[in-house]
Design a protein around this ligand. Structure first.
Ligand SMILES: NC(=O)c1ccc[n+]([C@@H]2O[C@H](COP(=O)([O-])OP(=O)(O)OC[C@H]3O[C@@H](n4cnc5c(N)ncnc54)[C@H](OP(=O)(O)O)[C@@H]3O)[C@@H](O)[C@H]2O)c1
Length: 234
């Protein structure tokens, strides 16, 4: 798990620790603020530092192949900017570059170091948390340029990884997942207008995502799936 300090990532790490079929959870984060559990192994990394990703991955793979890798990192906008862009007039090259770096390039570097750790002789899953708004086909509202574009790039990278992975790991699955709107630091300023039944708590969101992951088949590899298991068009 990369991003085990996030709202959704921490809930996923906790849920995995509480499962009988999970022996160990590598809880990698930048801040170190990850769930404490006897099965949790805290690790440090920063998406902007590939060496730190390589070191965390090496530790994850030290005792053998890993059956599930989740990338739960991401940002919606720059911390010091004016929020997600509502118009092209608000575009800033620096903000675009930062969102691509965190939402697409960082997860790609994680894939580079983690995909070789997946077993070749059994089912394994690489799942990156993306967003429905990263679907080009589903985009009817516009706005949030850097976030949408960086998540679309992530979805494309994951599709590419799935194609390449299938050549060596026939039972492996690489997918992008949309968690729904989840109450976290990322979504909190943007929850107005989201009905109570459409705003999931992190624990519920983790449950949804793990149910989707458990149900994935190799034929699903490369796809973008929502919290309820529905395929989202690219
Ligand atoms: N919440 C929603 O409604 C929603 C909806 C659709 C999609 N998503 C996606 O779900 C994922 C998780 O979102 P969330 O709601 O859990 O957000 P969150 O609570 O803000 O967590 C974001 C995570 O990303 C990590 N991160 C950010 N920049 C990093 C960097 N440079 N290096 C390492 N880690 C970094 C944060 O680590 P630190 O703790 O160190 O900052 C944190 O663990 C994101 O990809 C988001 O786009 C969320």
């Amino acid at each position: 798990m990369f991003g085990a300090s996030g709202g959704i990532g921490a809930a996923l790490a906790s849920a995995l620790c509480n499962r009988d079929d999970v022996a160990e959870v590598y809880a990698a984060s930048r801040s170190g603020d990850v769930p404490v559990h006897v099965k949790a192994v805290p690790l440090a990394f920063d998406l902007a530092d590939e060496a730190s990703i390589a070191a965390a991955a090496a530790r994850m793979g030290a005792s053998g192949p890993i059956d599930l890798a989740i990338v739960a990192t991401g940002i919606l906008h720059r911390a010091d900017g004016g929020g997600p862009e509502k118009s092209w007039r608000a575009l800033e090259a620096g903000a675009l570059a930062e969102l691509y770096a965190v939402n697409a390039i960082g997860p790609a570097m994680i894939a580079r170091h983690v995909l070789p750790l997946l077993p070749r002789d059994r089912r394994a899953v690489f799942a990156a948390l993306s967003a429905r708004v990263g679907s080009i086909g589903d985009n009817r509202l516009g706005g949030w340029h850097a976030y949408r574009a960086s998540k679309a790039a992530l979805n494309m990278l994951v599709r590419n990884f799935a194609i390449e992975l299938a050549r060596t790991n026939r039972q492996a699955i690489a997918v992008s997942l949309h968690p729904g709107t989840v109450d976290s630091g990322l979504s909190r300023p943007f929850q107005k207008g989201v009905s109570a039944e459409r705003l999931f708590g992190p624990a519920d969101a983790a449950g949804h995502l793990l149910q989707v992951i458990d149900g994935l088949q190799p034929a699903d590899s490369g796809g973008l799936f929502a919290w309820d298991g529905a395929a989202i068009p690219f």
